[in-house]
Design a protein around this ligand. Sequence first.
Ligand code: BGC
Length: 756
Amino acid sequence: MLRNVLIAFGIVCITNAHAQTLQDSKMNQFIDGLMKKMTLKEKIGQLNLPTIGVTVTGPILSKNVEDKIKSGLVGGVLNTHGVMAVRTLQDMAVKNTRLKIPLFFGLDVIHGHTTLFPIPLGLASSWDMNLIEHSARIAAEESAADGLDWTFSPMVDIARDPRWGRIAEGAGEDPYLGALVAKAMVKGYQQDDLRKKTSIMACVKHFALYGAAEAGRDYNTVDMSPVKMYQYYLPPYKAAVQAGVESVMTSFNEINGIPSTANKWLLTDLLRKQWGFKGFVVTDYTAINEMTQHGLGDDQEVAKLALNAGVDMDMVGEDFLNTLEKSLKDKKITENEIDVACRRILEAKYKLGLFDDPYKNLHEESAQQIFTEANRNTARQIAEHCIVLLKNNNQVLPLKKSGTIALIGPLANSRRDVSGPHAAASDWHNAVSVMDGLKNIQGVKFLYSKGANITDDPLLLNQLNSDGGNIETDNKSAQQLIDDAVATANQSDVVVAVLGESQGMSGEAASRTDIGLPESQQTLLKALVKTGKPVVLLLMNGRPLTIEWESKNVSAILETWFAGTEAGNAITDVLFGNYNPSAKITISFPYNVGQIPIYYNHKNTGRPYGGAPIDKYRSRYLDAPNDPLYPFGYGLSYTSFNYSEVKLNRRAIKGDQKLTASVTVTNTGNLQGEEVVQLYLSDPVASVTRAVEELKGFQKILLQPGESKEVTFMLTTEDLKFYNSDLKFVWAPGEFTIHIGTNSRDVKSANVNWSR
Ligand code: BGC
């Protein structure tokens, strides 16, 4: 029987492989035929990706794009969406050019298209890969129906520095979780078949190490040891490649002194030769041109370097368009290099089915699939799963559906801010603010006061508003605003203060050196706390904030991120207990900026600090703890969970045997709740220094009050592996510690001896 199954399975595999080879040879034949007809200019044209449309995502805009399309000098377009707008451009390519090669259309669809989900850092906090994949699926359906073929997502840059605004766009600090999120999103966008009408190409970015920008300043230099790179920063990109991502975007930073966009080791040796990537490489916005500022030469030189390194498509900069022909004449590049890049772009178009039907996504009736009620319901459900309960003294939450609630804060009534920094195609006027959501609750009296402006810094306000911030400032004095809010609080039973960042304070080009609440809001919060009323702090932000004072002085804290279109409804569900929070942060929240970079999987040092108050010559600060305020994996529930000791199936284990580690988790509270049970591994002795612990598994379980469940993890030597100083992925026998718990700090542990 088993044999038959194996034979049958083998046959299926062979048949699949055979079908793939047939498909590939059909594609190759088609592209060979097409490329024979193409002039050099037309081939270079395919490598050109200009921007056109109302959305602006970089400092320079493309010129005369329509003329270039008609002359066959454009391969794809970014920032145009909407069936009519896209159709007009596609017509130019298909009807006006000699070879009628269709264009593809890309946009930053980062956390939903018209129906917005929480920002990626929020999505990751759900620890729920099905929900994350589902969000990407809906984003793909909506953007395909809006004329798009391509999203510049997922961003999988590991980040350990919350000063960096783009921390909002990724999954946080952990490579294991980051790799799972990368896979889920690629699958959600591409569905393993780009020909499907509802599939779009994914683009994993920013390859590589963009999240390690020095001092958290966007676009800044990166410098990193190879071991750190392989162990912590590369796994999510690799996971996206393994999941079949069709495109990869280079990063703005340098690696080992060479900008990614000219880095042959990165784009050819690692990405293609070692990882087997088969799609195409696109630069980030004007990243080729920017290499002149990096000091690598003039436009012709940097374009040559990029092509040599393995770049296939030039986003916006047009250095390929303007210099490759000359470089060929000057014998700086070969025609074969241009052919290879052109072929990869044509292959993507073929896989998308655009040669069969260039209008595949360009039908007016598809607009009905956008911003549907079903999508909004899903967005609400997903957002609920992303809201993290950081504190809940005396069970002030969930709120009772009676009495008077003071709703206070400059973000309480904002639809723009809940939509987040990547709301390009969504009409934020349709989003649900916290106030909109709360209005649906019967039996409670709500009083509202703004209490403060987002910030009293006019320069910052100007900057935020010039970039579509839509921040309204109140003309009342700061003191008058606070007095009004305090009066409102005094008439209420509980205060809900909605504070944090305006969406533009996180995201691209939004680095901050002070990541606390803006001063205007801190002063307001202090006045509210002084009233003696219980204060629920509802945080809205795209990065960890330094909230030490807040964590000591308010009654409860909910981290809501920028939760998307349905934010207000989801937040209301959580506030009143219609949904019991289960999310956990995937990024450490520091006490203060001086602790940064701060992350749970740090090294031990030769002088680890044990916590004694007087202990000199240890690796510590005199004025702050080493640990974060809230550790990676942290998040509370309205119920409580008890963990048993860790049980191992054996204490000594050999080679390829499997280790099982289990705990029994019991819901000891009065409400049903979900818990993310996390497993970490420590490897105290190895040939290179290892992190104090690394996440190796997690399971999300649902428990009724009083219910217990045994949660079992299985580990093999794969889980023990690390990159040694020769960059070999190996494991070394010895003692290991398995930790299981509710976050990276609060764990139960057991030891195992693993021999060869
Ligand atoms: C960003 C990318 C983005 C691109 C296109 C760049 O400035 O770094 O993440 O995909 O613009 O909008």
